[in-house]
Design a binder for this molecule. Sequence first.
Ligand code: AMP
Ligand code: FE
Ligand code: FE
Ligand code: ZN
Length: 286
Amino acid sequence: MRIDLHAHSNASDGTDSPAELVAAAVGAGLDVVALTDHDTVAGHTEAADAVHALPSGTRLTLVPGAELSCVAGDISMHLLAYLFDPAEPAFAAERELVRTDRFRRGRAIVERCRELGADISWEQVRRIAGEGSVGRPHIASALVEAGVVASVSDAFTPDWLANGGRADVRKHETDPVTAVRLVRAAGGVPVFAHPGAVKRGRTVSDQVVADLAAAGLAALEVDHVDHDEPTRARLRGLAAELGLLTTGSSDYHGGRKTVRLGEHTTDPEVYAALVEQATGAKPIGG
Ligand code: AMP
Ligand code: FE
Ligand code: FE
Ligand code: ZN
């Protein structure tokens, strides 16, 4: 079983449509793929339709999910949520709040970039983002189009879009203990995404992870492209100490990042345990 529990479509900052992501998952030989767009479930229906339309003999299970933008103190972090009820009002309202604030903040970042001499526009960013939940990667693509930087990852430096960088502007982000409770109350399963991704900025203390565990966190995403081996070992130890499961996933973003779908995967027993905990939705297809 090849199980990848973290992938983005163009409903947020990936480049594949949800249907293309499903096709890519089949192409990558995956048995299970989770669709985890930032702060939105807008891709779920298209992805589910694509799974149902797969030829008989092709088996793929889709895990509907999302990746929530959170902030612990002043440290941004991401919480994956799987198999929650998308209609549950409290959690839906919080996702809506973050998505709406992404527009205000996107405009402000574009303004900062222009002040810093980059010839990009909000219309251009809106065109790049399409219907997607607007984020810095779309602005990074605009900076690439304008010839300001050579690649999306080159835009995530202190000169431009990195956390605390010259053109970074903060958005509304949810307190992670609140987020864990919202996900559980919607029948979902919360997993801390790339908790040791130091290249993205500061990471939270073990105490914060312990607080999240006490609030109902299910697992740490350990095998991730942004974690080196010592970081993975440390996170495995912390998970064992706190009684948390550990997952692995690609965090695929299509052409916007170089990571391949299925580059990291989750153990089937861990996947089964996560599904067992969910009451808000069921995996689709397979
Ligand atoms: P936002 O959600 O708008 O705050 O943007 C965060 C997104 O930017 C993350 O989900 C990643 O897709 C991307 N990102 C963050 N840090 C980096 C980095 N160092 N290199 C490339 N992409 C990054
Ligand atoms: Fe992203
Ligand atoms: Fe993330
Ligand atoms: Zn992600």
